[in-house]
Each structure stands twice: as C-alpha cells, then as structure tokens.
Design a protein around this ligand. Structure first.
Ligand code: HEM
Length: 237
C-alpha cells in the first residue's frame, strides 16, 4: 500500500531543515510550557515577576508550541523524502517511515491536542475534568522525548544532545519541585493554601444581651468566591 502524496509535496533541503528546526523549537517550547505550568500551580517564581504574568506566559507559550508543532508536522508530511502521511500524524503507528517513533510523536500530538482543546473550553468544563485532561501533559513530554531520540537526525550532534538533555533535566527538576511543594496535590488550584494565609470561616461572636435597645438582625455572610485558577489576571502577590 502506498502513502497518499499531498499535491504540494516536495523533496527539498528547505523542507527537511524546516521540519528539523521546528521539531527542536517545539521541544523547547513544550519544556517551557511544562515548567511555567508547574511554577503557576506551585505559585513559585522570581519575586519581581507577578504571578499572573507567569500564568499568562504559560498559556501563550503553549499556543506558540502548537503553532510550531503544526509547521513541524506539515513540513514532515510535505517532504516526500520521508513517506509520512497526514493521517499518520494523528493515528499512531500508521506511518510507513519509522512507524514506532513517528507513532509516539502522534501520541504526543494527540495528548497535546486534548490538553489545549480542553483549556480553550475550560470555562464550559467541570474543574476536575479540565485538570484530569491537563495532567496528560506529564505523559506527552516523555513520549515527545522518545520520538525525538528515535527519529531525530540532529541527535548525532553534541548541541542537540545538550538541548534534549537540558529539556529533560528542566522538566525532571520542575516535576520534583511540584511533588515536593505539594505532595498531596489533587490539584494545587484548590488544595494549596493561599500565601496570604488559610481561608478562615467567618467568625461570629456569641450573641450578647444588649443594653442599648433591641438586637439587630444578623448581617448576612457573603459567600467566598471559589477561585478556579491559582492566579487571576490582575492579582499580584
Ligand atoms: C509533541 C509532538 C512532537 C514533538 C515535540 C516533536 C519534536 C521533534 C524533534 C525534536 C525532532 C528531531 C529533530 C532533529 O533532530 O532533526 C523531530 C523529528 C521528526 N518528527 Fe517530530 N515531534 C512531534 C510530533 C511529530 C509528529 C506527530 C510527526 C508526524 C508527522 C513528526 C514527524 C517527525 C519527523 C518525520 C522527524 C524526523 C526529521 C528528521 O529527518 O530529522 N513529529 N520531532
């Protein structure tokens, strides 16, 4: 069975270099996304940087990563030198070229699609459903590393070994920090106490018999808003 060839398909060094370059940039952006996401969840970061900025950067870099990933996939598909069909980019293990390692790349892509898709629809989803899907990022990263090591041309060069090792180390340190900072995290967004101190239930002094006239009706207690995200725009530490 032959792989369907898109009409725009070409074999050119430009396409090949573009695919390799965008793959590497995607890996770097994915690393930055995971690290910034962990900084947001654990409420850590440089004192000079407001928390909402870290959270905002996390969102923007994740979208940028998806843009580079789209170009990486398109250039790999259009480059006829390696027979990778468009379907193989989303359906794992169906590629004619390196079925296993392109297949794990497709798994990483599918997981990221689910994460980014649910994040864009976050306001319409239950918080637990969103968080459950968001944790798939932790699975997509090692899978992307396996793909990189398996099909990458540049890994024979020292610089690419340094880049890949640095990405892996950065994510391992961040995940270690995440586990250390919130060992019982069922979702740091709700479980972690605020740095301004734990929320206290409204205290009310026991009713005293008044000597100054009839007692006033009790003031209604305002409900405490439930924050869906550790940091909201405009909230600074
Ligand atoms: C999160 C998902 C992915 C990431 C982070 C990623 C990243 C990378 C990286 C870093 C490389 C190595 C570049 C080099 O050393 O030259 C690479 C190679 C490659 N990727 Fe991906 N990739 C992903 C998904 C995919 C998917 C879904 C496809 C399917 C079309 C794909 C196709 C390829 C191909 C064909 C190569 C080999 C390029 C070469 O000849 O060196 N990748 N990828």
């Amino acid at each position: 069975m032959s792989t369907p060839v898109p009409a725009l398909a070409v074999t050119s060094p430009l396409m090949w270099y573009s695919s390799r370059a965008t793959g590497t940039v995607t890996l770097l952006l994915l690393t930055a996304t995971v690290v910034l996401g962990i900084l947001t969840a654990t409420r850590t970061g440089p004192a000079a940087v407001p928390r909402f900025a870290v959270s905002d950067l996390h969102r923007r870099i994740s979208l940028l990563a998806m843009c580079f990933l789209a170009v990486h996939i398109l250039t790999a598909v259009l480059d006829t030198f390696v027979p990778v069909g468009l379907a193989a980019a989303v359906v794992p293990f169906t590629s004619h070229y390196s079925p296993f390692f392109i297949g794990v790349g497709a798994i990483a892509f599918d997981l990221l699609l689910a994460v980014v898709g649910t994040s864009l629809l976050r306001d319409h989803l239950p918080a637990n459903a969103w968080r459950g899907v968001h944790w798939l990022v932790y699975a997509s990263f090692p899978v992307a590393i396996v793909h990189t090591v398996g099909v990458g041309t540049d890994l024979k060069f020292g610089w690419m070994q340094v880049v890949t090792g640095a990405c892996l180390a950065a994510v391992l340190v961040a995940v270690g920090w995440r586990l250390w900072a919130s060992p019982h995290a069922g979702g740091a967004t709700t479980a972690r106490p605020s740095t301004r101190g734990p929320a206290r239930p409204p205290t009310r002094a026991p009713a005293q018999p008044s000597t100054r006239g009839p007692a006033r009706p009790p003031t209604p207690v305002r409900p405490v808003p439930s924050h869906r995200h550790p940091v909201g725009p405009g909230e600074v530490r």
